[in-house]
Design a binder for this molecule. Structure first.
Ligand SMILES: Cc1cc2nc3c(=O)[nH]c(=O)nc-3n(C[C@H](O)[C@H](O)[C@H](O)COP(=O)(O)OP(=O)(O)OC[C@H]3O[C@@H](n4cnc5c(N)ncnc54)[C@H](O)[C@@H]3O)c2cc1C
Length: 444
């Protein structure tokens, strides 16, 4: 086995997955270069490469824990910039789901409420302060460079006339949903990873408002499968603002028209969101974002792959964002990379355990979200093969969680990716789910 040197690593994409990857690689490599196609401009808050930056982004507890571990003091820095820190998110939520309200009980799970551009900008500033990280913005990667027999990636080609080459010992693709890795790998003779796609037909619509003094609650109004796909959320964010995000599926999608946006909020299963919006001052237009499909590229199933190359983040698995797990999934993947670089030699087979472990990490949120997606008739694709008895158990658990704090706490931990779904099969929880009282819609 030939060891790969750890002099220079290149990270493609300077967004959430890219910046966290750069932080980890800075521990293991002499130099790290992050290549981002967008030029970072102070005046442009939401940039072209991350158009979903206009939409509500929740940072789940596990994601925040990992971000804080890699950038100590991050939460305090975000709070100092105006983000709303919740020391126990379940206590600061008004959450309607499964025909009732989730209990407001302590879970100890911390979160931070802010905009996606503000989170990314703060992490980018922290990453740029690390002496061996260099961020090259306004630079687009056009393709890969390989050695003569195509066994190894040796760097990248940077777009321009003429194109330039930048050499590296390791290249990590974190360019998100539009990742060109499958095409780039095919160009040098490698097979394409298997693509698993679910057509969810979701549209987001978001608008910013001035926040009433003292408002610190995260309001979430869920849908009711199979027929009620309309959902929404209100999140307090930095700058004394609120973000209202509505979404639906297929014909139940929200629009950019202010009157229709308000009507969509009124048509949700509770008036919680519409009531908050009433009389608030809007701070801009309604911005929409379509999510026609979610996808998972199964790199872990490949039998050949070049040395010196990895893929991470949305570039591997772009989840349904409705469940707010994308950034946390990226953070968990980055932890896998860190652990493997600590434990294993970086050689030409490093990609095998890497992609296997990544599949385990992304498999959890993927199964959780896809299972729910297929409860809605708008969804097209191949449903996950979950035994009927397990699916029925989950359906009942979702209901029981509204009236049983212990079951809710267990569920909240799984949804925040703090605990594994297997924890929901602990005998204490199973007993409560199977024999506990299921709250009626009237009681909750
Ligand atoms: C509508 C919506 C709402 C979401 N809400 C949440 C939420 O509430 N909570 C949550 O955790 N996650 C949420 N997500 C998911 C989250 O945004 C992503 O999972 C997360 O940011 C990880 O993305 P990434 O860094 O892998 O890719 P991206 O954020 O897509 O970034 C890719 C980067 O690569 C750059 N790039 C692309 N091509 C090139 C190239 N050729 N050369 C150089 N640079 C390139 C792009 O400019 C961009 O900066 C949401 C996503 C969407 C779409």
């Amino acid at each position: 086995m030939n060891l790969i040197r750890k002099d220079h690593a290149i990270v493609l994409g300077g967004s959430m997955a890219g910046l966290l990857t750069a932080r980890v690689l800075s521990k293991h490599f002499q130099r790290v270069t992050v290549i981002e196609k967008d030029a970072f401009e102070e005046r442009r808050v939401v940039r072209k490469g991350v158009p979903h930056g206009h939409q509500l982004h929740i940072v789940l507890a596990r994601g925040l824990q990992i971000m804080e571990a890699y950038f100590p003091g991050l939460t305090a820095e975000l709070a100092a910039g105006g983000a709303v820190v919740s020391d126990d998110l379940a206590l600061d939520m008004c959450w309607f789901a499964n025909e009732g309200y989730r209990p407001q009980v302590a879970t100890g799970l911390k979160s931070v409420m802010l905009t996606r551009p503000f989170l990314e900008k703060t992490i980018r500033k922290r990453a740029a302060e690390i002496p061996n990280i260099m961020i090259a913005d306004g630079t687009r990667v056009a393709g890969l460079c390989g050695d003569s027999d195509g066994q190894r990636i040796t760097g990248v080609r940077l777009a321009g006339r003429p194109e330039q080459e930048l050499q590296a010992d390791l290249v990590v693709d974190t360019t998100g949903r539009g990742s060109k890795s499958p095409a780039w790998l095919a160009e040098i003779g490698y097979p394409q990873p298997e693509l698993e796609e679910v057509h969810v037909k979701i549209r987001y619509a978001s608008r910013l408002y001035r926040r009433p003094r003292g408002f610190r609650t995260l309001i979430v109004t869920g849908g009711q499968p199979p027929f009620k796909a309309r959902q929404g959320a209100v999140q307090p964010i930095e700058g004394e603002r609120l973000i209202v995000t509505l979404h639906g599926r297929g014909s139940e999608n929200p629009s950019q028209d202010p009157a229709e946006f308000e009507a969509h909020a009124r048509a949700l299963l509770t008036s919680d969101i519409a009531d908050v919006m009433e009389g608030l001052e809007p701070l801009g237009d309604i911005v929409t974002y379509n999510i026609p499909r979610t996808r998972w590229l199964h790199y872990e199933k490949l039998s050949s792959f070049p040395a010196g190359y990895l893929v991470l983040g949305d570039a591997i698995c772009a989840l349904n964002p409705v469940y707010g797990q994308g950034m946390t999934s990226a953070a968990l993947q980055v932890e896998v990379l860190d652990r493997l670089l600590e434990k294993r030699p970086l050689n030409e087979t490093f990609w095998k355990p890497f992609f296997k472990q990544i599949a385990r990490v992304v498999g959890v949120p993927w199964q959780l979200t896809v299972g729910e997606d297929f409860l809605y008739p708008q969804t097209e694709g191949i449903p996950p093969s979950m035994p009927g008895v397990v699916a029925a158990y989950f359906r009942r658990l979702m209901q029981v969680a509204n009236g049983d704090s212990r079951v809710f706490q267990a569920l909240f931990n799984v949804m925040h990716l703090v605990k594994q779904p297997t924890s929901l099969f602990h005998p204490n929880i199973v007993w409560r789910v199977l024999w506990g009282k299921q709250p009626s819609a009237k009681e909750v």
